[in-house]
Design a protein around this ligand. Structure first.
Ligand code: ASP
Length: 454
């Protein structure tokens, strides 16, 4: 098959052309045109993905659980998944702290630049701090309360709120869909097979249909990605490309520290884990998961990317549906290694730039709060910086300091979302492998669904 017909190449081409067009549009002052005529195609693409996320979680999780012979297996897989998720996040935060302490990027920010950034982003920072205050006011056990919906149908229709809104109510609604699906699946195991069959068939059929729809929506990915990237660039630059370049110059060291940490975690920690716990070849893993990484990069949302992650893990990596349908939706909501790593670097950077020295005890507090915060971070663009406010408060660094990094946050968000999604896929592969549920497809049989659909 010609290389350009492969999905990931088409998305990469969309990404490159979108970047070139975005820079050109910003330089020419075409921001208004882009937001009126280009950006909507990106929104349509993301909406399409969000649209199928809820039916996909519901159908695949119900059928996955119902196919389990015993519930012990479910709790074993659940325990293992959450354990690995927390462990990888702790590694990510520690890695971030090592890098930021080694590079000391905060010491490189000149005094006058600090004042300028603080003034420019003060209002934005206030908005983020208000959202963080909302999240904190909800109380420590609110997460558990939110897990159990009081209305079955409202939970299932949560799609309208899913991955949108303020970034917190939707966090709960994703987990509510997972909870309701688990309950339904458990109920189906408990009734005699002939009574369960009709309902189960509905979910099985829905599952097959939705997985096919992922392929259909992904046909739009190259155009969607083009539009998303172009719109991000023009809105960041605000008709002045020099602005992005100046910001990157001022915060260059900080960006390098975050990107180096994310690269190490994505390209060393995960491959090492895959090597140790699975027979998966790294080439197969990264080419399989590539399109999901590209969608994560352009949407900055691991929630919107979820349908693609699930499809790629099942079709290209050979993760069983039973494992992927449980591990991936859970991962998209609670596992954010990239976000946690970035939060650790950002917290120390802000402290350094404000002339504060963080003790070892404070850095350990960062490890703990960043792991917890990443669990509570919603899978939507920009959620990480809201939770950063809570981390800063835990180590007594003024939260207004986020004004220093707001200008480059969207760019780093794109990259940390790639790490988040790669982490979910890695854990799904490991859980599947250790459960004997990994059937790596033969790479010589090309199953690229794009061609199948086209
Ligand atoms: N955008 C990230 C995600 O969806 C969350 C964040 O770090 O802001 O995974």
């Amino acid at each position: 098959m010609a290389w350009y017909r492969q999905l990931h190449w088409q998305i990469i081409i969309g990404l490159i052309l979108g970047t070139i067009y975005g820079v050109l549009a910003a330089a020419q002052g075409w921001g208004g045109f882009v937001s009126d005529w280009v950006a909507p195609f990106g929104t349509i693409f993301i909406n399409g993905l969000k649209l199928i996320a809820v039916p996909l979680i519901l159908a695949s999780l119900v059928t996955g659980v119902a196919s389990l012979s015993d519930l012990k297996k479910l709790s074993r897989i659940g325990g293992k998944t959450i354990g690995i998720y927390i462990a990888t996040t702790a590694v990510a935060v520690t890695l971030g702290l090592f890098i930021v302490n080694a590079l000391d990027p905060g010491l490189a920010v000149p005094q006058e630049m600090r004042a300028e950034l603080e003034a420019e982003y003060a209002t934005d920072a206030e908005g983020r701090m208000a959202s963080a205050a909302n999240a904190e006011a909800r109380g420590p056990l609110q997460v558990l309360v939110d897990l159990v919906p009081d209305n079955f149908f409202a939970a299932i229709t949560a799609g309208t709120r899913l991955f949108g809104g303020d970034g917190f109510s939707n966090e709960a609604s994703t987990l509510q869909v997972v909870f309701v699906s688990l309950l339904l699946g458990i109920g189906l195991i408990q009734v005699p097979p002939e009574r369960a069959k009709p309902l189960l068939s509905v979910f099985e059929s829905l599952n097959d249909v939705v997985i096919k729809l992922v392929d259909v929506i992904m046909l739009m990915a190259p155009v969607g990605v083009f539009a998303l990237i172009a719109a991000t660039i023009t809105s960041l630059a605000g008709d002045d490309v020099g602005r992005i370049i100046a910001l990157l110059g001022a915060l260059g060291y900080y960006c390098i520290a975050v990107l180096a940490g994310l690269a190490l975690h994505t390209l060393i920690t995960y491959p090492l884990m895959l090597r140790v716990f699975t027979p998966m070849k790294l080439g197969t893993f990264f080419s399989g998961i590539g399109p999901a990484q590209l969608v994560a990069f352009s949407t900055s949302s691991s929630g919107a990317t979820l349908p693609v992650t699930m499809e790629r893990c099942e079709e290209k990596l050979g993760v069983s549906e039973e494992v992927s349908s449980f591990v991936l939706p859970l991962g998209a909501t609670i596992n954010m290694d990239g976000t946690a790593l970035y939060q650790a670097v950002a917290a120390v950077f802000i402290a350094q730039a404000l002339g504060m020295d963080l003790s070892i005890a404070a850095q350990l507090t960062i490890v703990l709060t960043a792991v917890l915060a990443s669990i509570g971070t919603a899978a939507v663009p920009g959620a990480g910086i809201i939770m950063l406010v809570i981390i800063l408060q835990s180590v007594n660094v003024p939260a207004e300091g986020i004004a220093l990094i707001l200008g480059v946050d969207r760019i780093l968000d794109m990259v940390r979302t790639v790490t988040n999604v790669t982490g979910d896929a890695t854990v799904a592969t490991i859980v599947a492998s250790t459960e004997g549920q990994l059937n790596i497809p033969d790479p010589s049989v090309d199953t690229d669904r794009l061609v199948a659909v086209a």
